[in-house]
Design a protein around this ligand. Structure first.
Ligand code: DGP
Length: 115
């Protein structure tokens, strides 16, 4: 059993504000939102980061984007747009070692995508 904070959220050992869930994917509000909408979309399977994605995960990772599409509509940000960010590793600023997609929107975002 993974001793990872997001795995604990998946197992409901840590409370979170869940906005979407199916057998393979869960999405919940980020605890430190940087915009009015800031949701983390994650696979339930523990994949550490982008560099740990394997061929067998291709369908799952593709499905994450259709889930993001659904959530964007659900949260009413599909028309105005949003940003999807995946941090990877130390230089990428990844703090939680469980693959996650930040879905950020609900305001006009800055044009800088990195500093
Ligand atoms: P990253 O820097 O890409 O690894 O982003 C991790 C994000 O996870 C960060 O924006 C804060 C969020 N986060 C960390 N711990 C928790 C938690 O326990 N609950 C929720 N909802 N979000 C968390």
């Amino acid at each position: 059993m993974e001793d990872c904070i997001f795995c604990k959220i998946i197992r409901k050992e840590i409370p979170s504000s869940i906005v979407y869930e199916d057998e393979e994917i869960i999405a919940f509000k980020d605890v430190n939102p940087v915009a009015p909408i800031h949701i983390l979309v994650i696979p339930k399977r523990h994949i550490e980061s982008v560099v740990e994605i394997k061929e067998e995960d291709e369908l799952l990772v593709g499905k994450i984007y259709t889930v993001i599409n659904k959530i964007a509509k659900q949260e009413n940000i599909d028309k105005n747009g949003f940003r999807v960010i995946v941090n990877c590793g130390k230089d990428g600023g990844q703090e939680v070692k469980h693959l996650h997609f930040h879905l950020i929107g609900g305001k006009k975002l800055g044009t800088k995508i990195c500093e």
